[in-house]
Design a protein around this ligand. Structure first.
Ligand SMILES: C[S@@+](CC[C@H](N)C(=O)[O-])C[C@H]1O[C@@H](n2cnc3c(N)ncnc32)[C@H](O)[C@@H]1O
Length: 204
């Protein structure tokens, strides 16, 4: 992963944030599943949050222990400014998930359209090691990736498409699948992108 910081900063610097392919006006499956899964004061982290509306939606529901991790400084500063009235409920990390270090652990780890950018098996393993290290026992891993009938790239970067078998094999027996859902996400340009959502529980 070379120059990933500058790649994503350029995306957020040059594109209308409401027109990027992954944009949502309101969070869908992620929000529904988080509301069903954890309590409002449980620690959760959104990996590669971008400028996502998810944190706004969770704050509006009373969640108060939200960490946001994002590679792009521009995206994270945008969120920080937008959510400044709720700063006491947020912890911000401006870094690459592959380098993540923290004293905190999390009840829920959310990743929508970030893990699938890791095409190198070594990077995938580093990510999974961070997940294992920072997710509490019995914690939840909520992952959304492009599905095998979805796009093969995003923002000019190759991605890895996942179905249930592929992600379960990669995660191994430390995680058990609670549920999965295919979602047809409407791209702001009018096309449709097929996402797979997975909710796992850490069992070991
Ligand atoms: C397709 S966007 C999804 C943004 C957000 N999760 C959402 O659903 O709206 C991918 C985001 O992941 C961030 N990202 C990509 N690779 C990352 C990495 N290795 N560590 C942290 N963030 C990363 C990008 O900067 C970008 O904001």
């Amino acid at each position: 992963m070379t120059n990933v910081f500058s790649h994503w900063d350029k995306v957020y610097n040059t594109k209308n944030h409401a027109k990027v392919s992954w944009h949502q006006n309101h969070s869908t499956t992620s929000l529904d599943w988080i509301l069903d899964s954890i309590q409002k004061d449980d620690a959760m982290i959104d990996i590669g949050c971008g400028v996502s509306i998810l944190a706004d939606n969770l704050l509006a529901k009373g969640f108060n222990n939200i960490s946001l991790l994002e590679l792009s400084t521009i995206a994270l500063e945008t969120l920080k400014h937008r959510l400044k009235k709720s700063a006491d409920k947020l912890t911000l990390y401006n870094e690459n998930i592959l380098d993540f270090e923290s004293d905190s652990t999390f009840k829920l780890w959310h990743d929508r359209a970030v893990f699938h950018f890791l095409t190198d098996p070594k990077d995938q393993q580093t990510y999974l090691q961070k997940l294992d290290q920072y997710l509490q026992k019995d914690g939840l891993f909520l992952l959304a990736t492009f599905s095998p009938d979805g796009p093969k790239e995003c923002s000019k970067l190759n991605i890895v498409q996942y179905d249930q078998t592929k992600i379960c094999n990669l995660l191994g027996d430390k995680f058990s699948l609670i549920k999965t859902l295919n979602e047809k996400h409407p791209h702001p340009n009018g096309s449709i992108q097929s996402f797979n959502y997975f909710l796992f529980q850490k069992t070991k």
